[in-house]
Design a protein around this ligand. Sequence first.
Ligand SMILES: Cc1cc2nc3c(=O)[nH]c(=O)nc-3n(C[C@H](O)[C@H](O)[C@H](O)COP(=O)(O)OP(=O)(O)OC[C@H]3O[C@@H](n4cnc5c(N)ncnc54)[C@H](O)[C@@H]3O)c2cc1C
Length: 427
Amino acid sequence: MGKPPNFEINSWLEGEPAFAEYPQLEADLHTDWLIVGAGFTGLAAATHLAQLRPADRIVLIEGSRLGEGSASRSSGFVVSLGHFDGSSRETAALYRLGTAAIAYLREQVQTHHIECDWNEAGRMIAARGNPGLGSLKRIRRALDRAGSGYTPVSSQQIKQTTGMSGYVDGIRQDESIQVNPAKLHRGLVESLPANVEVFEQSPVLSIQRKSHWVAQTKTGSITAKRILLTNNASVTKLGHATNRVFPMQTYIGVFQSPQNESSLFGDEPNWGLTSVERVGSSVRRVKDQLFIRSGAICGFAEGQNSAQQYKEIVDLQRQAMARRFPQNELECINVWSGGIGVTANGSQFFGQAGEGLFLSVGYNGHGIAQGTISGQLLVDLALARESELLHCIQGLPKPWWIPRPSLLYPIVDRYVEWLNWRYGDEI
Ligand SMILES: Cc1cc2nc3c(=O)[nH]c(=O)nc-3n(C[C@H](O)[C@H](O)[C@H](O)COP(=O)(O)OP(=O)(O)OC[C@H]3O[C@@H](n4cnc5c(N)ncnc54)[C@H](O)[C@@H]3O)c2cc1C
């Protein structure tokens, strides 16, 4: 079985230069704009705002060290469409937003020479069991409605490309991108316009409306005319969207062949395959390592899972790998977790929540593209800049009401158990 894996070591950053350091907030500042949270949403908002309002003071405040949040911990699939259950109108709007986000990120990567292993090869979406085949049909229909190109990939083609056994049918969605998410995140931070002031390791503990908004941290405060909350499910800790968005933790494990036989992982040196179902595993190959994302639990973990939780996740991911590579035992080297913002119907929370207060959160695990475009459009909303894309996002369904965590989490746990039972083959 090999030695036990490291917990909370993010392989995307191994051997990479650290993120630049920014000061902690240690003063009482006044600003025109405050953006809370420097993930993909906050960075896109800050960049867009700085371009539109070069004379305004813009502060971006991050609670942890840059590079430690979900933006840098994700699987790195930048998808034009991640939610396949909506009406034709919703699907078309999401796809329009997703493709705009990819175009913007592509331009940022090219303009600022961001080295993030940007890979245009598309992603495979594939099923392993009968219920999963039904989901694949639904995904095909949604992509057809959206007009997003894909090509069928057979079980044999998947085996040849990836080395993985057990997939029965799939497609390759052409326009999805794969990146090293941490390198993309770092590049976007480094490309922030000079008129964005960044503070890190300064979690906002509360926000209150006085004559302006006042955000309090442990060592300072910021009084802002307008405030954008782009801090994912943690927005609920500030008392907003509590009945719409809730936190879940999900996990990535990194596996390799103990004998370094990377030929086990198929013909292509880099590939990505997502599951047809949320509880299913998505797998990426990056050279001689496989990154598997699977397993999820309700609540905030802040990188502090219990030993028992890690054990259960590693067991789950080892079993998932054993089903895909039945002839070869792979070694798990690193496992880490990260938070996502979830809503009951898969719709994000976007809009104005009070005078001068705007928020965009809850992308249900698809926030690289969706968060990026939402951050920009949140700025447009705050500046009352009309656009077709703003109408698109405002026309999306609103997230359904949810009860408080003590009632909600047991319901979600049961639902996940049911999904695991029904779509167990996809894990
Ligand atoms: C394991 C894993 C795999 C994933 N895979 C994918 C994928 O392949 N593709 C995809 O599109 N998405 C994926 N996601 C989801 C993706 O990471 C998120 O949707 C995306 O990061 C959301 O961007 P965001 O800016 O809204 O939030 P985040 O990236 O979470 O950024 C919010 C920031 O706010 C900060 N913050 C929180 N509270 C405060 C506070 N009080 N004060 C100041 N700062 C605060 C946080 O530290 C964080 O840095 C994955 C997530 C995980 C965990």
